[in-house]
Each structure stands twice: as C-alpha cells, then as structure tokens.
Write a protein that binds this ligand. Structure first.
Ligand code: ARG
Ligand code: ZN
Length: 424
C-alpha cells in the first residue's frame, strides 16, 4: 500500500500543466456486468467498503444482475479490483484507461481546435487567449531548437500560465533577460508586444549575427500573459478590466491589482485596501496565485537575471525603481544611461517620444510592484515600460498602431540586450 501510494503521489507531483487541484492519474473506469444476484450483492458491498465512485447507476441499491455498471477505480486499487472480479467470475471491461489523460485533453490548457499555422499568424492584430495558448504550442514545436515552453502555475480561475524560454542550449550558465506582459488585463498592446518580440527572435536568429551571438550567452524568458483570467474577461465581458479575477468579501467585489500585490512595501502607498478599487493590493502580499507563480519563478532564477522588464501601457515611458519612494535605486546611474540609449533608439525608429526616469518621480508613487520587488531581491536592472500611446486611444490602441509600437519597443529592448551582452 505504501509503495503504491508513493507511486501514485509521484504521478501527481511530476505532472505539469494541469491546473486542477484534484488529479486522477491512472484511475480507470470499469464496466462490470453482474450476471447473478450474488454478483450484484458482491459489487454493492465492494462499492460501499471501498467508497467507490459509482458512475452508473447512481446508487448502490440500483446495482442489479444483468445491468452494466460503470465505476471509477482509483489507480491504487486497480490490480486488486481485477483480481477480485476474476475470483468471483464477474465479467468486466476497462472502458477508460486513464481518466486524467482524458481530462487533460479537454482542458483549457490544450485547446486542440483549429490550430492556425505560424506562417500566417497575424502579429498586427490582438489575439484572444485561446489563440495565444495555441501560438505558444506552435512556437515551441516549430522552433524547438531554441524555444521551449514552461509552466509556472495556475491563475485563480485555474488556467495555466506559461513562459517561453528562447536561447541556444548551453552547458555553461547563461544570463537571463526576463520580459513579462499582460499584468493588467486591458493593456492589450503589452501582450501583442510579447508575441511580436518572440516572433522577431525566431524569424531573425538564423540571419542576424548579433542576435545569433546574443542567444549563445543569453536566454530570453518571455511570459506573454500573466493575468490570463483578466485578459479573457476583457474579451468576454469588460474591455477595461485591469485586475485579476479573484473574488473578495463574499464575492461582492473582484480582482487584485497584480502590480500592487508584490512583497515590497506592500500596500503602503499608491494602493488601496478596498477591493472595489482598481489598485486593490489584495488581502496580503503575494495573496494571488499569479503573483506567487511569477515571484517563485523569478526568485528561483534571480542570480542569472540581468534585466527584468515588465510591459504595460499606456504613457510612453521607461520607468525605473522605485515606485514607493523617490530615492534612487542602487544602480540608478547605470539604469538611466541604458534607458537614455533605449529612448534614443525609439525616437530614431518612428520619431516617437518616450520619457524615462524614476517611477515615483515621473509617474506616481506606488507600492508592491514587480519593478520594485525585483530590485529589492537583487536584480540589477529592472524597468517598467509603458508603451503607446499618450492618451489619444489609451488602452484601445488601434491594431494598425501595433506594428510601429512593437517595432520601436523592439529596438529599445534590443539596445538593452546588447548593453548587457557587452557589459556582462
Ligand atoms: N502603470 C503601472 C501601474 O500602475 C506602472 C507602475 C510602475 N511602478 C513601478 N514602481 N515600477 O501598475
Ligand atoms: Zn499596467
């Protein structure tokens, strides 16, 4: 029993990609045909004693001779069950081999419907979440030599969060350039940028010598959508939703601002304890599964992360820490130089102006942001980018501005990448 129990547990633990808490790895469904009243009696007893999950009929009393029953047998009981049925000569058949496999194949993590190909994927459009899941699948399949997909956890509504790791495999320790998008649900251009950027790399690494070299030293970690639940909500219900979708105060209000939920001066300034607020900091630091998953990933890899970028909109800004105070962060001078270069690159690209400086000074004061938290755990460079525009369209940036916005942002990011590649 212990051994079987252990194997069962292992099966649960190593499984990655499903968000449901309860797992049925290896559980089977038996179709059993009691041919005599003794058979029926025996099956009733067994069902009661083993607390079996009877699928058909619904109650033990309805088990009769000559009527098939369907019953789920937990993995750990399967062998014993077969033996018992043989011993009592009760005919049976296994009709579902592995319930968990069935569950997974129907789950949100793997929508297998009409996979568009990558060739005609339109990066000048905004994409709903199911298309982004599909896109990640296609990316890692088509560019498997440099792209891999990694699961970091589940959202409040139990959807999986993934990042893509892009870089040549290497024996030596590589540096990480970390980019996340989709913190705030309505900031669609952020998500579009992460997709654009990944496409940019996979389209150019074979021909662009600088990029090819960078990918030997650096791994890009790109997380296209952190706030999956919120993002979906902006497609289905409320285009201007910002927060995640966790319920509070008995379901009377929803959503924590994930960028106020990090464990850095949590909820001290520029954040609200009122769950109806758009900047609700949550019941405690890292209360949200999305925050926690990202924080654990970053913590685990922080010694290799040279630069952390979190992409938002709008305002055309490159924000430096801190948000919670006006003092400069430890690498302020260096960070300002890097930002200055990036802004110059952007201006050159489409003659569009971005400003840069400390968040608390040029934007507003806030606390519990990922930008501040990453600095406090020792990551050297940490920027929050606010992409286009300046308010003409705001969050509803029209699709025809996706291309120029992503192009200029790519030049900015590449200038940062080249800086760290030369300097470190
Ligand atoms: N607009 C974003 C927000 O309100 C950016 C905040 C940036 N703050 C920071 N400390 N880096 O969440
Ligand atoms: Zn934002």
């Amino acid at each position: 029993i212990f051994l079987l129990g252990t194997i069962y547990l292992l099966g649960v633990q190593v499984y990655e990609g499903s968000c449901l808490e309860v797992q049925y790895n290896g559980d089977k469904v038996f179709k059993i045909t009691p041919e005599t009243s003794e058979h029926a009696k025996y099956l009733q007893t067994l069902t009661n004693e083993w607390l079996l999950d009877l699928w058909k009929p619904k109650t033990v009393e309805q088990i009769h001779e000559g009527r098939d029953i369907h019953v789920r047998i937990p993995f750990a009981y399967v062998e014993q069950m077969k033996e018992n049925l043989l011993q009592h000569s009760v005919p049976y058949e296994v009709i579902i081999e592995d319930i968990q496999k069935l569950i997974d194949s129907n789950s949100v993590s793997a929508p297998k419907t009409e996979k568009a190909s990558l060739e005609n994927y339109d990066y000048t459009k905004y994409h709903p979440m199911d298309e982004i899941y599909n896109w990640m699948d296609l990316m890692k399949e088509k560019h498997s030599e440099i792209v891999s997909q990694h699961y970091i956890g589940c959202t409040y509504e139990l959807r999986p969060m993934y990042y893509l790791k892009i870089g040549w495999p290497s024996d030596k320790q590589k540096k990480i350039f970390f980019i996340d998008c989709g913190f705030h649900a309505r900031e669609w251009i952020s998500v579009a940028f992460c997709q654009w950027f990944v496409n940019e790399i996979v389209s150019n690494y074979k021909t662009d010598a600088i990029l090819a070299n960078v990918l030997k030293q650096v791994d890009f970690y790109v997380l296209p959508v952190l706030n999956v639940d919120g993002y979906i909500y902006t497609w289905t219900t409320d285009r201007l939703w910002r927060k995640n979708r966790s319920p509070h105060e008995n379901g009377t209000c929803y959503g924590v601002d994930l960028n106020r939920n990090f464990n850095s001066q949590w909820c001290s300034i520029g954040a609200s304890r009122d769950c109806r607020s758009n900047i609700f900091c949550g019941p405690e630091a890292e209360s949200e599964p999305e925050t926690k998953a990202l924080a654990r990933l970053i913590e685990k890899t922080k010694s290799d992360i040279l630069c952390y970028l979190t992409i938002h909109s709008y305002g055309q800004m490159i924000l430096l820490p801190y948000g919670y105070k006006k003092d400069p962060s430890p690498h302020h001078k260096e960070m300002m130089l890097v930002a200055e270069k990036a802004v110059a690159q952007m201006k050159e690209k489409h003659n569009n102006e971005y400003v840069y400086g400390s968040s608390a000074l040029i934007l507003y004061e806030d606390s519990g942001s990922s930008g501040d938290w990453t600095v406090e755990i020792g990551i050297k460079l940490s920027y929050t980018l606010e992409l286009r525009d300046n308010g003409t369209y705001g969050f509803q940036l029209p699709p025809d501005l996706i291309k120029p916005t992503c192009e200029e942002t790519t030049t900015a990011v590449m200038s940062m990448v080249e800086y760290i590649n030369e300097e470190y």
